[in-house]
Design a protein around this ligand. Sequence first.
Ligand SMILES: [Zn+2]
Length: 338
Amino acid sequence: MPFSTIAGHGRVLSLLSRAIARDAMPPAVLMAGPAGVGKRLTAVAVAQAINCLQPRSSAELERDACGECASCKRIARGVHPDVIILEPAGETAVIKIEPLREVVQQSQYRPFEGRRRVIIIDEADAATTDAQSALLKPLEEPPSASIFILVSSLPDVLLPTVRSRCPRLRFGPLAPADVARILVRDHQYSEADARAAAANADGSVSRALETESEDVSDAREAAQRLLQDTARSTQPAQRIAIAQNLTAGKGTPAEERNRLAVRLRSLGSLLRDIGIIASRADRSMLANADLEPQLEKLSASFDVERSLRAYTAVDQALAALGRNASAKVVADWLLLEL
Ligand SMILES: [Zn+2]
């Protein structure tokens, strides 16, 4: 997958592309950022751009892979001898020291056929402490023909000694429109489903894929109803009744927390959009553009300040659910804050 087909991350991609064109790629980098935004794809695109037999260039990308030559195709299929991807394996889902040692050993030799060997360690934070320690020497004195790319959504879990040896490339969340485009292009979503799923996914394709589309449209409806109800009512007793609707449904405590989390993410997404409308910002930024008339109406009750305060409260509620707080307690608290 060449850089040109990766959604978002324009600045990071052009930086990488320039470094590759000028033969100035650092021998080790850490690609850090939320899960499901394209870090691993970018790492593979780096390997392709370096080893492509017919590289291209454009105004934004000084050097990019063609995606079609024998080298690009083999890298994409994971069978190029000079591009190694290490990832967590087995029941414990860790990266053990043995495969890592083997890779470090290989990195000492010249590449078989490519320009440079690229070693991608995906979910590097899942490497055991031993395995991470085995990386220290090659990261410190990298073999001249090899590049190490560490990929992680939890970079702070890595050993400080590993972190300090790798310059960090930060990946942010994707724009909802980019998530939606990927869902349509690569995952056969309809436009409407893609938009609904993307609005609820915090800029992560994997999160969008994890949530069933019916769940999302239900959640969006529930969130919309809740905002209409709270816009009208200021009585605490009524608020508590609204909170009960928000947590309606049966299941184990964990299922209740998950269901509430999906609804809260919808709520946060709607509040963000209401804030955009209330502050007269650019409406092309709306994640729920299909609900624009309804959100417009709600913005009469939720001005900039109230929508921002509510958004912050939703964020805190999600964090509390992440810490295993009970769905009912979280919903009751939140409803009094909106
Ligand atoms: Zn190529």
